[in-house]
Design a protein around this ligand. Structure first.
Ligand code: ATP
Length: 131
C-alpha cells in the first residue's frame, strides 16, 4: 500500500472513531436518546416474540433508525445554537422548536407504524390464549 492510500484509510478509521464517540456521547448523556434506545430494545424483543416477517423487521428497524437519527440531529442543532447564540432570541427559539418538532413527527410515525404492525399480532395472540 502506498503512503497516500494508507493516510486515507487511517483518516477514514479516525473519522469512524469520532462518529462512534458521537453515538457513545448521545447514549451516555442524552436522556431522551436513552429513552428511545430503551423503547427500541423493548420493541425488538416483542418483535422476536411475535415473530415479525422480514418485511416487518425492515420497516420496524427503519422507523427505529428514523427516530434515533432525528433525535441525534435535534441534539446537534441544539448544541450548535447554544454554542453560537447563547442569548434568548426568537430565531434560536424557532430553530430549536423546529428541530424538536422533527423528533415529534418521527415519534408519531413510529407509534402509528408500531400500532399497524404489532396490534393485530398482539390481538391474535390474546385471542389464542382466551380460546
Ligand atoms: N437561545 C434561546 N432563545 C430563545 N428560546 C430558546 C433558546 N434556547 C431554548 N429556547 C426555547 O426553549 C426550548 C427548550 O430548549 P432546550 O435547549 O432546553 O432544549 P430541550 O428541548 O429542553 O432539549 P434537551 O432537554 O435535550 O436540552 C426550545 O425549544 C426553545 O423554545
Amino acid at each position: 500500500m502506498n503512503s497516500g492510500s494508507h493516510d486515507k484509510s487511517k483518516k477514514r478509521s479516525i473519522g469512524f472513531i469520532y462518529a462512534w464517540n458521537g453515538l457513545a456521547n448521545m447514549i451516555k448523556s442524552e436522556r431522551n436518546f436513552q429513552i428511545h434506545i430503551f423503547s427500541a430494545v423493548i420493541v425488538i424483543v416483542i418483535g422476536f416474540i411475535v415473530r415479525l416477517s422480514t418485511l416487518e423487521w425492515s420497516i420496524v428497524l427503519l422507523v427505529i433508525g428514523f427516530v434515533l437519527v432525528t433525535e441525534m440531529v435535534n441534539t446537534a442543532i441544539e448544541k450548535i445554537i447554544d454554542y453560537l447564540k447563547p442569548d434568548i432570541h426568537p430565531d434560536a427559539k424557532m430553530i430549536k422548536d423546529v428541530a424538536a418538532g422533527a423528533v415529534l413527527v418521527s415519534a408519531i410515525i413510529a407509534a402509528i407504524v408500531g400500532f399497524l404492525i404489532f396490534l393485530p399480532k398482539l390481538i391474535s395472540i390474546m385471542r389464542l390464549f382466551s380460546l
